[in-house]
Design a protein around this ligand. Structure first.
Ligand code: PRP
Length: 172
């Protein structure tokens, strides 16, 4: 059973708040938005349309949970960025911070490429699940533990198309 947690209007308000914070911090500087696929593609699309700074986008795909051969916490880059980020204002756009492992590794990887600034913008923050120290610079909504889907977030690749963010509850 799917139980709505945030409606599309509530998500829209959170996205506008995030966009406004980013605009305030960056003045009229150019920003490169790095979208972590797949879960962040809808969030990125809405966020960048609320931001008036000169902007570019690039995409990165990582598998964060590995296979049976790899321990959790290892990240494999399956699609890397196409642009150099050296000397640029970079904002990583992430749908959800859970254990924090994905972003911790990606942040370290991207910092080694010499950006001018590197920030993290996450729509959802599931703080109770954190396993490593990881703070988003711009965080939209904080949630408790529980499996969420919708607005780009999947369960077994489904539900990404839901306009609301919902919690999956077991049927009784
Ligand atoms: C999810 C989510 C984040 C990551 C967060 O991605 O989109 O990228 O996990 O988890 P963490 O904080 O515990 O590392 P997933 O690997 O499910 O891929 P997807 O975005 O393609 O759905």
């Amino acid at each position: 059973m799917l139980k709505p947690l945030f409606t599309k209007n509530e998500i829209g308000d959170a996205v506008k708040r995030l966009a406004s914070c980013i605009e305030n911090d960056f003045g009229d500087e150019e920003i490169l938005f790095v979208c972590l696929l797949k879960g962040s593609f809808i969030f990125l699309s809405d966020l960048i349309r609320c931001i008036r700074n000169p902007s570019t986008v690039d995409f990165m795909r990582v598998s964060s949970y590995g296979t049976a051969m790899k321990s959790k916490g290892e990240v494999t880059v399956t699609k890397d960025l196409e642009e150099s980020i050296e000397g640029k204002n970079v904002i990583i756009v992430e749908d959800i911070i859970d254990s924090g492992l994905t972003l911790k590794i990606i942040k370290k990887m991207l910092l080694e490429r010499g950006p001018k600034t590197l920030k993290i913008c996450a729509l959802l923050d599931k703080r109770a699940r954190r396993e490593v120290e990881m703070e988003g610079d711009y965080v939209g909504l904080t949630i408790d533990d529980g499996f969420v889907v919708g607005y780009g977030i999947d369960y077994a690749e489904h539900y990404r198309n839901l306009p609301d963010i919902c919690v999956i509850k077991k049927d009784k």
